[in-house]
Design a protein around this ligand. Structure first.
Ligand code: SF4
Length: 236
């Protein structure tokens, strides 16, 4: 089953490689069928692969897991409309990386500053759990996206699956680069992969991840970007 792409789709950063996103991708049969079923129940929802949000030449690329049912899958923008976006966008605003502390919809006028947000898996998975095969399938998009990472950039992986996806996309083995909250993994050309626990409702409500912990990660990213690119640090 296919659906026409008549509905508006969020604009993808103009200079990202074409291979970084495909609005009508259905390469994962389970996810495509799930999106069809969700779309039948919620015809106003986006229910397609969710495109990256932010400029192609951003120095900070944030990699999440996958769209949430009533968040990105509904609105068509990563981390927009669900609980996981609350802490993320508030923190981006605090560090001068977003023009507002909330992301509500594609039409809210929000802009990211020197930052792009993407997901390891672009389609909503049942139970927020993509299979390993689906994560591998979608990794080609992330690989194309990260192929234009600027020298000295920072990649922030939100959770272990995003960490593993980022390494795979960059063609790097995981040995010696284990996921840990607050970990920093040097990459080629002065770039660095930073790890954080995912800012999910579960992690924030159980205080596995607090705002202070999250801000410490962003402070480390700010120091890295200031050092590696010689440009001013992010606001703190
Ligand atoms: S998860 Fe990725 S590879 Fe799978 S159908 Fe969606 S966009 Fe395509």
């Amino acid at each position: 089953m296919t659906r026409s792409s008549g509905r508006s789709i969020a604009r993808v950063s103009a200079s990202l490689p074409a291979a970084a996103y495909a609005a009508d991708c259905r390469r994962c049969p389970r996810l495509a069928a799930f999106l069809d079923a969700v779309h039948a129940r919620h015809p106003q929802y986006h229910c397609r692969p969710v495109p990256p949000f932010g400029a192609a030449d951003a120095r900070l690329v944030i990699v999440g897991l996958a769209p949430g049912m009533h968040g990105a899958n509904a609105t068509g923008r990563p981390f927009t409309g669900d609980h996981a976006g609350i802490l993320l966008y508030a923190t981006l605003f605090k560090f001068g990386l977003a023009t507002a502390p909330e992301s509500r919809s594609l039409s809210d006028g929000l802009r990211l500053i020197d930052t792009r947000i993407t997901n390891a898996v672009k389609c909503l998975p049942p139970g927020n759990a993509p299979s390993p095969a689906e994560a591998r399938q979608c990794n080609t998009y992330l690989a194309a996206e990260l192929s234009v990472l600027p020298a000295g950039a920072a990649v922030l992986a939100l959770g272990r699956i995003a960490h593993d996806a980022a390494l795979r996309a960059l063609g790097l083995p995981s040995r010696g680069r284990a996921f840990a909250h607050g970990a920093e993994h040097p990459l080629e050309r002065g770039a660095c992969l930073f790890d954080s626990y995912h800012c999910s409702r579960y992690n924030t409500q159980t205080r596995r991840l607090t705002a202070a912990m999250f801000e410490q990660v962003f402070a480390a990213i700010s120091r890295h970007l200031a050092h590696s690119t010689g440009r001013p640090p992010l606001r703190t």
